[in-house]
Design a protein around this ligand. Structure first.
Ligand code: BJ8
Length: 424
């Protein structure tokens, strides 16, 4: 933190001040241990360190100021929610997924014990009064992806009274495309109602451009990770991707390009965070929401480097751009809906494009091995991991199922070390 006392702001948002102080203490220590102890970090990571240190401070202050200026805050849990529509209405789009084991007991009063950690965490953070982001939202957008989320949103709406659900089809037939297009239009109407702004072609073009520029910066970061030696650790690259979900998009884009300039320089000089030839791992599977850094810490603590995340907090979020060449609002809706229906989430069937995308990533990033990561009880990704294993024939593959607890840290480390030894 910058030394400023935010207690009044947190009280105003109804947070549990005592528990919140405990949470920030734990996070600060974890960040020091995992992030600040890394060697040879790019200097431009300083900005992202600052963002993390102010994650519940300055950024929340900015969001509150934006609200006071009449802007609306939309919270989301899925990369299917069209950010450009929110941006077109001059709104703020904030990712609400949580990556820490918090408030499980409270959450289990509403959802079963054997629910994935990501769902438990977003319920737990809210119920324990620990998430200032949820409290600043004017609307929370859910979606019918996996069954766990779909049903949890019913309870989340009882608790928050502001959940709106988008229906996501589970196939990609012509009928599904029509359904999805109508859902994107319904979302536009909802956002227009919320903001009191009729969305014009110009506003939608501006929204699409801001979202695309952010994606392009993340794509550039992803491409630079192909260098050997890797110019940035997987931990740091994961952090940048995590921050992209709640930072101001224009500032984020510019700071990510600044980081990429430095990485590009490193790559041309052959400077890296690991030795040239260090084992390179691609992680594929369930999203890793902030502050879920467990698997990256284990892999990079074992002498390998993570070179990519085939995940929604990673490639799946920024791989495709929206075609900005639309000339009417209806055309914009078509182009936006088609961009989003290209996302290869395991909630879809069939989902063969994901297998092709993983294989292409292995090649592009020069990965020596793939670790498939599923959160426990995440049926879509656990089921699909078998197909991924069959598809990844060029490099060794390992499947991991875990949650947010640290109980299995030692056991996972042993397995990861054995895997890395095998590919070395
Ligand atoms: S597009 S991956 S962000 S749904 S981890 S809650 S799937 S049981 S997050 Fe996701 Fe959208 Fe798909 Fe991406 Fe369910 Fe699995 Fe939990 Fe998950």
């Amino acid at each position: 933190m910058n030394g400023k006392d935010y207690t009044k702001m947190w009280e105003g948002l109804g947070l549990n001040i005592e528990n919140h102080a405990g949470l920030l203490g734990v996070l600060t220590n974890a960040y020091k241990d995992i992030y600040l102890s890394q060697n040879n970090r790019p200097a431009a990571m300083e900005y992202f360190d600052f963002v993390i240190s102010e994650v519940h401070g300055l950024r929340i202050e900015e969001i509150i100021a934006a609200k006071e200026a009449g802007r609306k805050v939309v919270g989301t849990f899925c990369v299917y929610v069209p950010e450009e529509i929110v941006l077109a209405a001059d709104g703020l789009c904030i990712g609400l997924c949580a990556g820490a084991e918090v408030g499980s007991e409270e959450a289990e009063k509403f959802i079963p014990r054997n629910t994935c950690a990501l769902i438990k965490a977003f319920m737990g953070f809210k119920l324990s009064g620990l998430c200032p982001y949820v409290e600043t939202t004017d609307l929370i957008v859910g979606e019918t992806t996996c069954d766990g989320k779909k049903k949890a949103y019913e309870s989340f709406n009882e608790i928050t009274k502001k959940v709106y659900v988008m229906e996501i089809p589970h196939m990609k037939t012509d009928e599904d495309k029509k359904l999805w297009l109508s859902e994107v239009k319904r979302f536009k109407d909802r956002i227009e109602g919320l903001s009191g702004k009729k969305l014009t072609v110009d506003a939608l073009k501006k929204g699409a451009s801001v979202a695309n520029e952010k994606r392009k910066a993340l794509q550039r970061l992803s491409r630079l990770r192909a260098a050997d030696p890797a110019p940035i650790s997987g931990l740091d690259a994961l952090l940048v991707n995590q921050v992209s979900f709640y930072d101001d998009p224009l500032r984020f884009t510019s700071m990510t390009h600044k980081l990429c300039d430095e990485l590009s320089d490193r790559a041309s000089k052959g400077t890296g965070v690991a030795d040239k030839g260090a084992p390179r791992i691609l992680i594929s599977g369930s999203p890793m929401a902030i502050p879920n850094w467990k698997l990256h810490a284990i892999i990079e603590g074992s002498g390998a480097v993570v070179v990519g995340e085939e995940s929604c907090i990673g490639e799946r979020n920024h791989r495709d751009l929206v075609d900005e060449s639309f000339s009417s609002v209806d055309d914009a809706m078509e182009k936006i809906s088609s961009r989003y229906l290209g996302i290869d989430c395991a909630c879809f069937t069939p989902n063969t494009e994901r297998l092709d995308n993983i294989k292409a990533l292995v090649e592009r990033l020069g990965a020596d091995g793939v670790i498939h990561y599923s959160l426990q009880f995440c049926t879509p990704y656990m089921m699909e991991s078998y197909k991924v294993e069959k598809a990844v024939t060029e490099v060794p593959f390992m499947r991991i199922e875990t949650d947010y607890s640290m109980e299995d840290f030692g056991q996972l480390k042993t397995r990861v070390e054995a895997f890395i030894e095998m590919i070395q």
